[in-house]
Design a protein around this ligand. Structure first.
Ligand SMILES: Nc1nc2c(c(=O)[nH]1)N[C@H]1C(S)=C(S)[C@@H](COP(=O)(O)OP(=O)(O)OC[C@H]3O[C@@H](n4cnc5c(=O)[nH]c(N)nc54)[C@H](O)[C@@H]3O)O[C@H]1N2
Ligand SMILES: Nc1nc2c(c(=O)[nH]1)N[C@H]1C(S)=C(S)[C@@H](COP(=O)(O)OP(=O)(O)OC[C@H]3O[C@@H](n4cnc5c(=O)[nH]c(N)nc54)[C@H](O)[C@@H]3O)O[C@H]1N2
Ligand SMILES: [Mo]
Length: 789
């Protein structure tokens, strides 16, 4: 059971850019932070916000940053350090008991560290000694495939390109990244259906759109700069629907930081016209209903379908076979309501579908994306202004890292061009992704784990099994800015290599360097840190990769690693030769204030797919998949698997729920900045959200303590025949669909297992898993100290 701490400060009001940030960090940090914020996401110099991947608005001359961007920046710019003195005070075993909040607030990593098992402490090590240790251990592997090289999406393009090149020169495609847990269904399915696994829209399209369907996204918290675009589109007469089991309160009214009247006079704009409150896992069913009605009522774009697509007939056949009963059961929305939505789609001359994790993180994640794309294709909504596919990416450069070749299943074209440019063979076999890599780690097949940013064990399912597996390796290497849990499960050798953050200057023998990122809409943007690094001992990620490559590959390579790390133009010259769309990279990136847009063939109705056409795809799973899962669990429990034993007070069926995991307003992924979730009005993280009607139906009350358990027959972990249990969690009221409960990621990640994922993309089902609830204490005992244990 993971430790979920309790914190009960009052909610900060909005506008609270300053107070919330000051609450988070010390004053000095805030000063550094505010200076850097002024330059972030601004034209002409400055850095791209290290928060989310939403694009910058071209016309903004003022601050284009949001409250949550400021938190991410403040977290990175904090002057407090997790330095040698800090690690002298705390053993690693002690730190394992710290919460995400406590680890985040321990400060910036500021010198290279080595785990000393005798003391159970991290102690300082020189960079040189660290590199030697890495070279020694990598040289001892029987095969390069015994090492796993993870990446998180903060890493900018230039070091990402060097990193994948080093890993492939070393001899493996074991390059999993956070994308595997995020928009992988998007990359896989849009790749198959449109030829490129990326958004077809640009920001301008939102100004022309007449209908925006926003699936499974909470932009008020996760992409606050998107709100302005939504409010603006709404003002222009665009209808905006949020399809979500939760009525996310932050989506109704928007106070625009770009509008002085809003900030000063408390005015606000409306955004979302309505919420379609579907059941968890109901998106493919809803889209099936809409598409079925459109086809059966001849509202589709036949010209587009004939000229540009393939696979229409099988999809039509499949849609015809789906019954309205199944559709209604699959999404929890009545047929009349679905038809009303279908009519909105039929009447719209320009429709954009946006989506987030509520679509992708399911066993049916690939199907969900396929159905969104199918809908857009049925209506001819790709390749016209104001319309298209808009997956909204998470990490600021998660899309760019992929473009740079961080991919465990690289395209042959990429391998061939790397081989041509660098005149050496590239490994051909597919590597491990996050899920298969974690399974290999747990099975003892991997001897080295390297992490370029991120918090692998905690972000992935089966967290404790991965943590344990990390203690069995020969070497773990962490390149990061902040201490996190994954760094606290040392193998035989363990190194933390602290790097410069996005906000900090990179000064080399060749002068000050800038890097680039790719936003969620394929815009390549320059980014240059403006702050003095928090410690002199930090190195840039590019420098760290170059040093490791030099030590590991030795004279085996004629690639000028060191020259690349001191002159990013040289990296860009190689990228220009190796990666499509980056021709004359150095010239293009300097030509316009905000960089350039990568050519997107599908935007121009050029289809780089297997069939040469845009591709309809029939879903793999039945649209009643979730209901079937819940029924199966009920059957299994009735067969005697009941975890709690003596709970005869209710029917088993009443206790079976779909659990989804979400982010709060005070976190960026596994980095926990605070305990407040402003729009959901809670001040703690150990909560379980449920609809008040459902709470009463169970005869429970808000504030009751509930254990959440799950029977996952995972073959890979200690959970083999034991239920996974989380809790106690505090029952909290929320306007959420009737079949659903929600908890916070990542504290709930041990409930998820590595076997439950979508078939092609392997994305873990973080947004829908069947759980059993058991009340263990009533609200009266809320102050019981057991809660903070
Ligand atoms: N402040 C902040 N910003 C962030 C992040 C952060 O942690 N904090 N993380 C970044 C990253 S890496 C990412 S990927 C993005 C994530 O941004 P989002 O995609 O917005 O992520 P989540 O909060 O995980 O969940 C989104 C929504 O999915 C809904 N949902 C759950 N199940 C279903 C379902 O079955 N169907 C539908 N339609 N909806 C469902 C939830 O109710 C929730 O509103 O944000 C990025 N930006
Ligand atoms: N249950 C559940 N699980 C989920 C999700 C969910 O919705 N529900 N969401 C999934 C998603 S969408 C994602 S993207 C993953 C996130 O998974 P990750 O990307 O692995 O996790 P983060 O918490 O973003 O990583 C934070 C760490 O990155 C390091 N870091 C920060 N900035 C930098 C930098 O500039 N350079 C380097 N080298 N390191 C840096 C710091 O050390 C910090 O501790 O989690 C996934 N897991
Ligand atoms: Mo993400």
């Amino acid at each position: 059971m993971r430790k979920i701490p309790v914190y009960s400060h009052p909610a900060a009001g909005w506008p609270a850019l300053i107070s919330s940030t000051r609450k988070l960090m010390d004053y000095q940090t805030f000063l550094r932070g505010s200076v850097s914020v002024l330059k972030s996401n601004q034209p002409q110099g400055g850095f791209d916000c290290p928060g989310c991947a939403w694009p910058d608005h071209k016309s903004h001359k003022r601050i284009d940053v949001c409250e949550n961007g400021i938190k991410v920046i403040a977290s990175e710019t904090m002057t407090k350090k997790a330095d040698a003195q800090f690690f002298a005070r705390h053993t690693v075993t002690e730190l394992q008991g710290w919460s995400g909040y406590e680890l985040e607030h321990s400060g910036r990593l500021s010198e290279p560290l080595y785990y000393d098992a005798a003391q159970d402490r991290y102690v300082p090590i020189s960079w040189e000694a660290a590199y030697k240790r890495i070279a020694e251990q990598l040289a001892q592997l029987d095969s390069p495939d015994e090492a796993l090289f993870y990446t998180s999406g903060r890493v900018t393009n230039e070091p990402a390109f060097m990193y994948q090149l080093f890993v492939r020169c070393f001899g493996t495609n074991n390059l999993p990244d956070c994308s595997n847990m995020c928009h992988e269904p998007t990359s896989v399915m849009l790749g198959k259906q449109l030829g490129v696994g990326k958004a077809t829209v640009m920001l301008e399209d939102f100004e022309q759109a007449k209908l925006i369907l926003m699936f499974g996204q909470n932009p008020a918290t996760n992409h606050p700069r998107m709100l302005e675009m939504l409010a603006h589109a709404h003002e222009q007469g665009c209808q905006i629907l949020s399809i979500n089991p939760m009525r996310e309160q932050g989506l109704s009214k928007f106070r625009n930081p770009q509008k002085p009247t809003h900030m000063a006079a408390g005015q606000s704009d409306t955004m979302v016209d309505e919420v379609v409150q579907i059941q968890i896992g109901g998106d493919a069913a809803l889209l099936t209903g809409i598409a079925k009605w459109l086809i059966e009522n001849n509202k589709i774009n036949t010209d587009f379908i004939t000229t540009h697509t393939s696979g229409f007939e099988p999809l039509k056949q499949w849609l015809t076979e789906q019954s309205w009963t199944d559709i209604e059961q699959g999404c929890g929305i009545a047929q009349t309501e679905i038809i009303r939505l279908a009519k909105l789609v039929a009447d719209s001359p320009a429709t954009i579908c946006t989506w987030g994790m509520g679509i992708t993180q399911h066993v049916q994640g690939d199907d969900n994306v396929a159905m969104i794309t199918n809908l857009l294709l049925l209506m001819g909504m790709i390749g016209i202004e104001g319309a298209g596919a808009s997956p909204v990416r998470g990490h600021s450069n998660v899309q760019g890292d992929r473009t740079m070749g961080i991919h465990e299943r690289p395209a042959q074209k990429l391998l061939d061009s790397l081989a041509r440019v660098f005149k050496r063979p590239m490994p051909q076999a597919a590597g491990f992704d996050v899920v298969t890599g974690a399974k290999a780690l747990i099975a003892g097949k991997l001897k080295v784990f390297m992490s370029m940013g991120g918090n692998y064990a905690v972000a992935a399912p089966d967290t404790s099994a991965i943590e344990q597996a990390l203690t069995t390796t020969q070497l773990n290497i962490f390149v990061g800015t902040k201490l996190n849990e994954t760094m606290l499960y040392p193998g035989a050798h363990n190194l933390i290599l602290p790097c410069l953050g996005r906000t900090e200057r990179i000064v080399t023998a060749k002068g000050e360097q800038f890097a680039t990122i790719e936003d969620s809409m394929c815009q390549i943007v320059p980014t240059q840190g403006t702050l003095t690094p928090v410690s002199d001992a930090l190195k840039s990620e590019a420098q760290i990769v170059a040093d490791i490559a030099t030590h590991v590959l030795k004279t085996d390579t004629d690639i000028p690693w060191q020259a690349m790390s001191t002159d990013f133009d040289l990296i860009r010259d190689y990228i220009a030769q190796a990666i499509d769309g980056f021709e004359n990279f150095n010239t293009h990136i300097r030509a316009a204030e905000r960089g350039f847009h990568l050519y997107h063939p599908a935007r121009h109705r050029v289809w780089n797919t297997d069939s040469g056409k845009a591709q309809f795809i029939v879903p793999k799973y039945p649209i009643t998949y979730v209901a079937a899962q819940m029924a199966n669990t009920a059957a299994a429990l009735n067969d005697g698997l009941n975890p709690s034993g003596n709970d005869s007070d209710q029917n088993i069926e009443q206790k079976i729920w779909q659990l989804t995991s979400v982010r709060s307003h005070d976190q960026f992924n596994t980095m926990i900045f605070g305990y407040n979730d402003r729009y959901r009005q809670t001040n703690r993280r150990d909560v379980l959200f449920m609809h008040p009607d459902e709470i009463s139906r169970l005869g429970w009350q808000k504030g009751d303590q509930v254990m959440v358990s799950r029977h996952a027959s995972s073959s890979h972990t200690a959970h083999k025949n034991k239920p996974r249990v989380l809790g106690p969690l505090i029952l909290t009221e929320m306007d959420i669909a009737a079949n659903a409960v929600a908890a916070y990621y990542p504290e709930c990640n041990d409930l998820f297992d590595l076997d439950t994922h979508a078939p092609d993309s392997h994305i873990p089902a973080y947004k829908s898993t069947t759980v059993v609830l058991q009340r263990v204490a009533t609200a009266a005992r809320l102050s019981d100290p057991v809660l903070s244990a």
